[in-house]
Every structure is written in structure tokens, then in C-alpha cells.
Design a protein around this ligand. Sequence first.
Ligand SMILES: [Zn+2]
Length: 325
Amino acid sequence: MTTSQTSESVFIGIDLGGTTLKAALVSPTGEIICETRIETELRNPEALFKQVIETALSLRDDKNAGGRVAGIGIGIPGLVNRKTNRIEVMPNLPALSEIDITSELSSQTGLPVILDNDANAAAYGELQVGAARGQKEVFFITLGTGIGAGLIINGQIYRGAAGFAGEFGHMTIDPEGIECACGNIGCLETIASGPNIVRRTRERLYRDRTSSLSRLAIPRDREFTAEDIAHAAREGDEMAQVMMERTGMFLGIALAAVINLLNVEMVVMGGGVMDAGDLILKPTIKETRRRAFPPSFNSCEIVIANLGATAGMIGAALMARDQAN
Ligand SMILES: [Zn+2]
């Protein structure tokens, strides 16, 4: 059974994360009609896939949908091989590579399904209804537990030969740095992801115990996070500010290379780490300006994303909307 789209159609967007599975019914203009979030099932691939199916079915049959759901988009924290339509690498979740998600979910729900990388989905959301609306050449990065990116060329997601384009987080930024989950040494992700900002701060705190971070800002009842460091920086803590500035500096080094290579008109920075706002944005822009080819830098705007944590769901749903067109 296939359902064709009408102007009344709505779409399901699923953002499958390592800790939370978020899903929403989304209007064709990108508004969230209703949403649900649950803890991701991590026991095994079958249990995880069952959870995805149940979430999709409950949204399809939700009273708000009124039987108008016309497609499902799913963003996953891994790589989707465009040639086989299978997941190849998904470090933070049980391996779903054995399951043909697209066909299985489609036959269980009776709806067309599109599967993509989560950063691509979020990039598409920002392009359609977020910070990059109306742009054509855009580089979207997401800074969170990992670092992902989505590249938009001529208004379309650029996926590369097999679907693996946009691995911005795995550009080497420090050849003598630490080992990355991907096996390489000194990837950008080993410096500027949320957990690595925490790790670098911890190392520095160990050496410099005079920072107010050690006295005031660090919660004693739990591990501190990149958000805690951003908060301390906003409160005026010098070391926290230095950590944010240095993170922006490394991001700027990597972004200058991207801008030189692609001459994008906009860079959109999203993900949980960007809750720090200008504390990271400003040093990123400063370093990018210092290193990029001036005409390329001058024709590029670097901004903060504006869909926040909903970008992935909205983008996945709008990919489903546009798949049939
Ligand atoms: Zn890496």
C-alpha cells in the first residue's frame, strides 16, 4: 500500500539518538503538530527497530494526524550507504545494519520511508525552515556528543559517491593529538565535541586549581558537562572562557578549510554545544577570518542554527515530504 501526498498531508520525522528517540508529526510547512520522546532502546537491534516501528505507528494513528500521514523520514547517528540503503557505521547504537529499515518500516506502516544521516536531516531542516532558509550553498555543523555536518550544494544535500560526505568531525586538526573513535589521531571531534571540551577542561583544571570552575561552578553531585563550562564562562570564569575560545579557534581552523574549498554562502552552527552561543561563535568567526581566503570569508556568513533540538525531526519529515516530488 502506498499513500500519495495531498496539500493536507502531514509527515513523521524521527530523530534516532544515542540516548533519546525523538519523533514528531510535522506539517508540510515544517511546524511540529505533536511530538514524543522516549529513551532509546539499547539492548539489541531487534528491540531498537521494534521501538522505531511502534513510535511510527502511534504517530500515524494519532488523532492529530487524522489519517493524513504521507511519509516517514528518519535521521540516524551513522552513515547510510546510498547504494545499498543500509546503515554502515553507527557507533553509539546497536547495529541496525542487518535490517533493511527502509523496506521493513515501509511495509509495517504502509508509508514511504526515507533514511538519512542525522546531520543531513538537521541541515535539511535548517535549509527549509530554519537559519539557512532561502540559501543555496550551506555548510551545517552540529556540535554535540560527536561532530556531524551536512553540506548543501545548489539547494540540495550533497551526499558524495556512497553517501558518506560531510564528515567534518573527522578532519585531522592535531596530528599529534589523541586517538579518535574512528581510529585516526587528532580529529576535530577529539577536541571540540561536548565530551572532549569537558576532557580538555578537566586536564587544565588539574594543572590550574585557582580557576573559579574548581571552586564554584562545578557541580559536586554529578559529572560536569560542556553546558556547565559554558555557564561558568558566561558568569565570567576566566578559564571557562579560555576553553570556549580555544574550542572556537580549532573550529575556525577547520571551517577556514571548508570555506576555502567550497565557497559556501553560509555556515550554520547547531547542536547542544552551541547553547554557549557567542562564546563559541565569536572566536570561531575570528579564527576563520584569520585563516580563510579573504574573498571566500567575506562572502560567507557564519550563524547559529535556529531550530535547536527539533532540527533533525523537522528535517527528516521534510525529506519525506520532498522525496516524492
Ligand atoms: Zn575521527
